[in-house]
Ligand binder design. Structure first.
Ligand SMILES: [Zn+2]
Length: 137
């Protein structure tokens, strides 16, 4: 059941834009592209812990994760993708998919979780990485 004040239930686009709807999840791109290609993969349904998913949902989410991370890899050629799930503020199951680059921001350490609104791309600017990702999905 959708939760009213949940960013992922309401599909709020304050910090991110929808890239694509996958099997059981939605792939978003984060408007702050300090880590080029940074995305969030969120379960369509509001569940707060991975163990609440059925076996079929876990498998489908795994396929979505593989598909999304492969698209990120092919579209942006990072040296590594970081995968992180926190959810203290928005407990809806979602993973941060953060491309990292040798000599790039936060290489060898954790990425900066909070996107910086000063660095948000305009709708016109974000269209390019969205198109690049959609082409690879
Ligand atoms: Zn939710």
């Amino acid at each position: 059941m959708a939760v009213e004040n949940c960013r992922y239930c309401t599909r709020t686009t304050d910090i991110m834009e929808v890239v694509a709807e996958l099997e059981v999840s939605i792939l978003y791109i984060v408007k702050d592209q300090s880590y080029r290609g940074r995305c969030i993969l969120a379960l369509k349904e509001h569940k707060t812990e991975v163990f609440q998913l059925s076996v079929g949902e876990v498998e489908a989410f795994g396929r979505d994760m593989a598909k999304a991370s492969k698209a990120i890899h092919e579209a942006f050629k990072p040296d590594k993708i970081n995968y992180a799930a926190f959810g203290d503020t928005y407990p809806h199951v979602h993973f941060h998919l953060v491309p990292k680059y040798h000599e790039g921001k936060s290489w060898g350490g954790p990425f900066e979780l909070a996107p910086n609104p000063d660095k948000f791309l305009s709708a016109q600017e974000i269209a390019e990485p969205i198109a690049r990702l959609r082409e690879k999905l």
